[in-house]
Write a protein that binds this ligand. Sequence first.
Ligand code: THU
Length: 134
Amino acid sequence: MKTENLEKLISKAKEAYKKAYAPYSKFQVGSALLDENGKIHSGCNVENAAYPSGSCAEEIAIGAMVAGGGRVIKEIVVIGLSSELITPCGACRQRIREFCNKETIIHICDIQKGYLKSFKIDELLAYSFGPNNL
Ligand code: THU
């Protein structure tokens, strides 16, 4: 689902993608999200020689949102270069879940092909556990 903010989000996610630190996987990912205050926050993956200590692009973008005072993801773009859809990993689906609602749109994009597909959280994380469960 294309939205009025999509092109701006893609452009910010691309900027982050170019700065990704992915010397081990060589798989760069960028992400940009729009929060409830109309602010855009971005992130890229940041890998580590101790592999499990690496961070995903979405994780970094969400951290930037929280540090910037945002608490609700309205839309989030994930962008990379692959023949497959670069959908968020399981842990990032849960991270998005924490700060999204049923209307939040998760856009999957490609550096070369541009916009590909959008999802709602329920499609990516069925019967999820969230703040209301506690
Ligand atoms: N990665 C992300 O940053 N986001 C995703 O949605 C999928 C995977 C990163 C993690 C790791 O640095 C690299 O891509 C390969 O898995």
